[in-house]
Design a protein around this ligand. Structure first.
Ligand SMILES: Cc1cc2nc3c(=O)[nH]c(=O)nc-3n(C[C@H](O)[C@H](O)[C@H](O)COP(=O)(O)O)c2cc1C
Length: 189
């Protein structure tokens, strides 16, 4: 079983990365293959609505790293998408991942259907719920199945390293990891 975490923060080694790694550690301990993909901070464009992915089936005419990421998402049994909260919403890189891979997947036999998918966010103070909602809308309209945790999947953190001090946030990520493992095993019965 494979779990792919995608970090939409441009700040490498930051709080979102800490949250994602905490989830992945639990999945790895359960024997799952794990990968962390860095999306934040890399040049990317939004969907151009050219519909060429409909003809190319699984490949975008904007031949950038989205074409590297999409096959990893397609091969994963579970996807954990992480974004810091920026002005009460997700980062542009995270949105590009959603719009571009979401559109590709729909022209590729709804390839994300019935994958487990969870969103996590690092947030200094407010707006994390909206950020999680944005990502969860993407999961739900693509037929993905969303596991919960003991609280919403966020950490109150500002500076690099703050997420490691938020015990409740870390525990929420661990429980999320356990629920991802449980759900993936159920899906693949
Ligand atoms: C452009 C920008 C916008 C932000 N907007 C918000 C916000 O709306 N609400 C909030 O609580 N924190 C906000 N923050 C703080 C980040 O969410 C916080 O520092 C988070 O820990 C960053 O995660 P990272 O270390 O993974 O990049 C913002 C930070 C930046 C750089």
């Amino acid at each position: 079983m494979k779990v792919l975490a995608i970090n939409g923060s441009p700040r490498r080694g930051g709080n979102t990365e800490t949250l994602l790694k905490t989830v992945l550690e639990v999945c790895a301990d359960a024997g799952f293959e794990t990968e962390l993909y860095q999306a934040g901070g890399r040049e990317v464009h939004g969907c151009k609505a050219c519909n060429s992915c409909g003809e190319n089936k699984g490949w975008c005419i904007q031949n950038d790293w989205i074409n590297e990421l999409y096959p990893k998402m397609k091969a994963a049994d579970a996807i954990v998408l992480g974004s810091p909260t920026y002005f009460f919403d997700l980062t542009p890189e995270t949105k590009a991942v959603m719009d571009r891979t979401g559109y590709i997947s729909r022209s590729d036999g709804f390839a994300f259907n019935r994958k487990a998918a969870a969103a996590v966010s690092a947030v200094r103070r407010a707006g994390g719920v909206a950020t999680l909602d944005s990502m969860q809308h993407f999961f739900l309209i693509n037929g993905m199945i969303v596991p919960g945790s003991s609280y919403l999947n966020m950490s109150l953190s500002r500076d690099v390293g703050d997420a490691t001090k938020d015990a409740e946030g870390l525990q929420t990520m661990k429980t999320l990891g356990e629920n991802i493992v449980w759900l993936v095993k159920k899906i693949h019965g």
